[in-house]
Ligand binder design. Structure first.
Ligand code: TRP
Length: 460
């Protein structure tokens, strides 16, 4: 069966696709807003630590599982454990996570699409900051805007995934990612000239010990999984389309580096604007949708760059969404033997339905404020989450780290030494790092993740 599998055209194709999966709304939408909510400094530092010591080793482990099994997650775990083992649960958890994450991810991608349209149709150039901020509130509260764009975004994602790995995914990443990067650099130049730049720089890079809680650490850990697309088999699946001879170590380092660069760049662009206009850095999910239009409204050429920015953000979301859908689809194709087209449409449709409560979270009491009151009574004081927030919280803070823990423990303790060592060293110039990697996977990852979990539940 391995012979019929689609493969990337080249190692470069894999890096592009994996970086396309990693770089997405997590970097430009989510990272700045949770950095704002968690007080900057420490949060950023812990996040960087999680990327280097936990995320990166797990990424190598995932790519290794995929590349050596040439199978999607559930099948890969079956192959290595000879069937019927509880390890396959790690694969199933990943399939479930794909449904949960994509259902609300698509709503945010819908906002990016809507903002592309808004910046063309009405434009932000004539608008005051207050009006721009009010715009986000009314978009979030409007069920039809949210459901409509959510449907449109899912339809595009389905169409690309239905065409299969190479045709759809590689192409989309090839051109658009570099353009997005350049646009962020242009915005960075603008941001460095704002009055708030100094304050923003301190906020992002100077740890302030008063603002650190256990919940922040859990969030930083969870986000390091989310942003690198780890913990649910996306990198196993992408790794399975990689030829067996390719070097996974340097590829993983490149991907993690690019991803982190974009996340930090997004903060360096957003926060100077936020501090300059006096917005609250803890304003929540609307942060990028308010601060970026404000910047464009003041900048020469902003009227042209604004639609371009939101269009590219939509594409960044698309290359990530594709990898989420691909995990679920490859499960149904490889394990249940459903034809690819049918599996894609069916899965995508279920995710669309799953996303409707998230689409309604900003506007109805049912899934918005009323639901938040209910979760508050479950999670406790100050923790009221609407459906959208709850899905994001459960998936990134709990499901992904749990899945990542399973993957790390599996590769470190369960996979044979020979297979692991051979896999890591194949074609790699960095084979010397092997024992460091094994050490991180064996001890640092499990202890780190468990400690954060236990602390979050209040046991330590
Ligand atoms: N990493 C993407 C982002 O930062 C989101 C994403 C794509 C993802 N595939 C994933 C998150 C798999 C977790 C697991 O936007």
């Amino acid at each position: 069966m391995a012979k019929e599998r689609g493969h990337w055209a080249s190692r470069f194709g894999f890096i592009l696709a994996a970086a396309g999966s990693a770089v997405g709304l997590g970097n430009i939408w989510k990272f700045p807003y949770i950095t704002g909510e968690n007080g900057g400094g420490w949060f950023v530092l812990i996040y960087l630590g999680c990327i280097a010591l936990i995320g990166l080793p797990i990424m190598m482990a995932e790519v290794l599982i995929g590349r050596s099994s040439q199978l999607s997650p559930v099948g890969a775990f079956r192959k290595f454990t000879h069937g019927g083992s509880p390890w396959m649960g790690v694969g199933w958890l990943g399939v479930l996570a794909a449904f949960v994450i994509l259902s609300y991810y698509s709503i945010v991608a819908g906002w990016a699409m809507h903002y592309t349209w808004l910046s063309i149709s009405t434009g932000f150039t004539e608008m005051e900051s207050d009006a721009i901020s009010a715009t986000f509130g009314s978009v979030y509260a409007n069920p039809w805007i949210n459901i409509g764009w959510h449907g449109a975004f899912m339809a595009i994602t389905i169409a690309i995934v239905a065409k299969g790995v190479r045709g759809g995914i590689e192409l989309a990443s090839r051109i658009l990612m570099p353009v997005l990067f350049i646009l962020l650099l242009i915005l960075l130049i603008y941001s460095t000239t704002r009055d708030g730049f100094g304050e923003a720089f301190k906020f992002i890079f100077m740890p302030d010990s008063t603002k650190l809680s256990g919940a922040s650490v859990l969030e930083a850990l969870g986000h390091s999984f989310f942003t690198l697309s780890l913990g649910m088999g996306a990198m196993i699946t992408y790794g399975s389309y990689l030829h067996k001879k390719e070097d996974l170590v340097s590829a993983s380092i490149t991907i993690a580096f690019l991803d982190t660069a974009v996340a930090l760049l997004a903060c360096l662009v957003l926060f100077p604007i936020i501090f300059t206009v006096g917005m609250d850095p803890a304003a929540g999910p609307g942060l990028v949708f308010v601060s970026i239009p404000i910047a464009f409204s003041q900048m020469t050429g902003g009227a042209l760059l604004a639609p371009l920015f939101f269009l590219l953000l939509t594409f960044a979301a698309l290359t990530s969404a594709i990898s989420l859908l691909e995990v679920a689809v490859s499960y149904f194709v490889d394990e249940i033997k459903i034809p690819r087209l049918v599996a894609t449409i069916m899965t995508g449709f279920v995710i669309f339905i799953f996303g409707i409560p998230s689409a309604l979270s900003g506007g109805t009491a049912l899934f918005g404020s009323g639901f938040a009151d209910m979760t508050q009574s479950i999670f406790g004081e100050g923790d009221g989450k609407n459906w959208f927030d709850l899905f994001d919280y459960l998936a990134s803070n709990w499901m992904l780290p749990l899945g990542g823990l399973g993957i790390a423990v599996f590769v470190a303790w369960r996979m044979g030494d020979a297979a692991r060592e051979e896999g890591f060293k194949t074609s790699s110039q960095l084979g010397k790092l092997y024992w460091w990697w094994v050490f991180l996977l064996r001890y640092i990852v499990p202890i780190g993740v468990l400690a954060v979990f236990l602390h979050a539940i209040g046991i330590i």
